[in-house]
Design a protein around this ligand. Structure first.
Ligand code: ZN
Length: 250
C-alpha cells in the first residue's frame, strides 16, 4: 500500500491543493496535525481533508481550547485566537475527533504509528530535534516506524537496536529522489516536514509517500502560489510574519 502523509498544513489552502495534486492516484491520505494555525483558511483546509485520518497538533488543540495559548509565541497565539473565532462547527467536530497518537494497520504486514510530536506523552507535544529526543521516543510506540511533524524539518532517526545507536539524516532536499529504504532490523522516527509552513529554507510544500510493500519513504517538494496565500493572511489581519516567512521557507 502507498500512504501520502502530510503534516503542519497550517490553514494554507494553496499548499494543500498543490500537494494533493502531486499525490499519486490510489494513495491513502493521512495527516499529522497542525491542520490549522498561522494561516487564513482553516475551514477550507479541513473541508478539503474530508474524513482523512490524522492526529491532533498543538495548534489544533489550542484552537479547540484544550491547550493554553500562552504556550505559543505572539504570532502563533494571535492566529490561534483568530482561528478559534473563525472555525465552523463541523470543522471543530473534525479537529476534536483526532487522537493524539494512533496506529495505522491498513496493511497488516506493516503497521505504523502517527504522532504530532514525540509519542512520549503525545498530548505534551515535545519536539524531536536531537538524537537523544528520538532515543527516548522509541520506548513509547510499539511499531517499527513513527511518523511525526511539529518541527517542520524533514528528517529521519534510525535506531539500530544491536548497537543502541541512532543515525540521523536530513531529507527533503532532493525532490522525489530523496528515498529512505527501511531496514528490517532498525526502527525509525520519521519527520515528514511541513506542507503549509516549511522551515528548512526551501519555500516548497513538503510531504512524503510511504510504500509499505517496497518499504520505502520518499520525500516530495511541491511549488504552490505563495503570493495568494500571503495576500489572504494580510487580508485576514493576521500577523505579517506569518505571511512573510512563507517566501523564505523559514
Ligand atoms: Zn506546526
Amino acid at each position: 500500500m502507498i500512504f501520502a502523509i502530510l503534516s503542519d498544513i497550517h490553514s494554507n489552502l494553496e499548499a494543500l491543493e498543490a500537494t494533493l495534486s502531486d499525490v499519486p492516484a490510489g494513495a491513502t491520505l493521512l495527516h499529522l496535525g497542525d491542520v490549522v494555525g498561522y494561516g487564513a483558511q482553516p475551514n477550507d483546509v479541513i473541508e478539503r481533508l474530508g474524513d482523512t485520518r490524522g492526529v491532533m497538533g498543538n495548534h489544533d488543540a489550542a484552537a479547540l481550547g484544550i491547550l493554553d495559548p500562552e504556550y505559543f509565541n505572539d504570532n502563533a497565539r494571535l492566529a490561534i485566537e483568530w482561528t478559534r473565532g473563525t472555525l465552523m462547527r463541523t470543522q471543530v467536530t473534525y479537529l476534536a475527533s483526532q487522537p493524539f497518537c494512533r496506529d495505522i494497520v491498513d496493511d497488516p504486514a506493516f503497521p505504523f504509528t502517527l504522532a504530532h510530536g514525540s509519542p512520549k506523552d503525545p498530548e505534551l507535544f515535545s519536539y524531536i530535534t536531537r538524537s537523544d529526543h528520538a532515543l527516548e521516543a522509541f520506548d513509547h510506540f510499539g511499531t517499527q516506524v513513527v511518523f511525526v511533524g511539529h518541527s517542520h524539518h524533514p528528517e529521519s532517526y534510525e535506531f539500530r537496536s544491536a548497537r543502541r545507536s541512532i543515525a540521523r539524516e536530513t531529507h527533503g532536499l532532493n525532490n522525489g529522489r530523496d528515498v529512505l529504504s527501511l531496514k528490517e532490523g532498525s526502527r525509525y522516527v520519521i519527520n515528514v516536514g511541513s506542507v503549509g509552513q516549511p522551515r528548512d529554507g526551501i519555500a516548497l510544500a513538503c510531504y512524503l509517500l510511504f510504500d509499505t510493500t517496497l518499504r520505502t519513504v520518499t520525500w516530495r517538494r511541491v511549488a504552490y502560489d505563495i503570493a495568494t496565500t500571503q495576500q489572504k493572511i494580510w487580508a485576514a489581519g493576521l500577523p505579517e510574519r506569518n505571511a512573510d516567512r512563507l517566501a523564505s521557507g523559514y
